[in-house]
Write a new protein. Sequence first.
Length: 457
Amino acid sequence: MTPALPVPRSGLGVGRDVYTVSRLNAEVRAVLETGFPLIWVQGELSNLSRPSSGHLYFSLKDSFAQVRCALFRMRRTHLRFEPRDGMEVLVRARISLYEARGEYQLIVEHMEPAGEGALRQALEVLKTRLAAEGLFDTARKKPLPPLPRRIGVLSSASGAAIHDVLTVLGRRFPSIPVVIYPIPVQGAEAPPAIVEMLRLADARGECDVLLLTRGGGSLEDLMAFNDERVARAIFATRLPIVSAVGHEIDITVADLVADRRAATPSAAAELLSPDRTEVARRIDALAGRLGRQVEHRRRLLLARLERLTGSLRHLHPRRDLEQRQQRLDDLEQRRQRAMRHRIERGHTRLERAHARLHAVSPTQRLQRAGPVLVGLRHRLHRAAALSLERRRARLAGLGRSLEALSPLATLERGYSITRRAADGAILRDAKAAAYGDLIETRLADGRLLSRVEKRET
């Protein structure tokens, strides 16, 4: 607001538009701020001041002149470097006037090290060319494994990024092994070193997924990840790659070529590691399904055995009794093999699951579930053994009644039955057995296991 003019005490000011200093500076400021657009100015920093308000005041000079500048706190938070006296910078600013002293100044909206503008222009040209070649196409990006067996991390071995990644992985799923491929993350030697390490990690194939990462920095600091050689090496890699370079606002060429981009190294670690609570829940569900399937299969086999046993009671002729007895033996063996196979598979999966959960310090819920699963397994074994014992007792009774018709009487006279151990097939010809086959010989009293070393016909 323009201050009111004092009433002149003499007639000298009558009819004249007399400005106060405040009014003059206010109107000059309005002319400067409306008469000039945002401009780019390059110069050297000097007289840098950092008051407690958080604003930044400095002069921008060249060999012949200087101008005062102000960078307010809200804009300062977006700087990617720390300004210093003597640093050559490029600023985008609007022209204004500080009314209290009548000094014209630049209100800085953006500041970057000098030369960064040329880097950005060259970077945009590179992005356009690589996009035209299809290096950024989403259709060719590879999916990430839901549960990696091993994660490879390409980063500086002493940087904060690798520390953040290992901290998050250790918290979320510490049983996943991590292979660190150390690389320089800035400087002229960084791009060829990154390319070579990508090729090495891809050739070794010891990881399911690779993470390329480093912390934040200026555009010049991140240029190793805007290098065309690095972009083409990422594109040629067979393993899926996650890129997490810089902060959330930094988007490099490596981020665009990679199969997935994460805003920060910590976010990349969360993206690659599953939640161990969810894994534990899935293991519980699989264990329950296994128990239900085994019990269902056992009941089906027992019901089938009951039906076959009932049919045998109604078949009296010798021929039918012999065939039914042989069929019953065959079904019994198949049932036993099926039960053993399913139980062994269940044991194997449970042992692997328990081993992995033990390695990651399982919760109390899993500790309580362990004894329950063991108890169920023991109950299953006892129930199966008791059921088999009852059936054997019943079969023994039938066998004694058919003993006179049993082929075992033939074995008592010195004959034997030879089977191939692998599939139980009866051998009637020496050519039916191959060298090294394991064979089972049934005698009147017991069995012999032997291996074929010579064959005569």
